[in-house]
Design a protein around this ligand. Sequence first.
Ligand code: SF4
Ligand code: SF4
Length: 71
Amino acid sequence: MEPLPVIDQKLCTGCHRCVDVCPTQVLVQVAGKAFLAFPERCTYCTACEDVCPEDAISLPFLIVLAPPTAS
Ligand code: SF4
Ligand code: SF4
């Protein structure tokens, strides 16, 4: 299964920005919280993560290892 955006329901304030920005209508708002309703449509564009003012959305598939620091 593909990794998908993860919405932290505790951080989400229901501002609706991610729902509005998602180009493929993956997200909907349910009971004042964003919800990944159609994960099969997700193109991993990262727009939802970028727009969230609460950092409630994380994209696990974008985690990269930091380069080693020069010493
Ligand atoms: S990563 Fe892009 S396509 Fe996927 S839910 Fe977020 S805004 Fe929508
Ligand atoms: S942008 Fe963030 S705070 Fe706003 S509805 Fe989406 S997940 Fe919740």
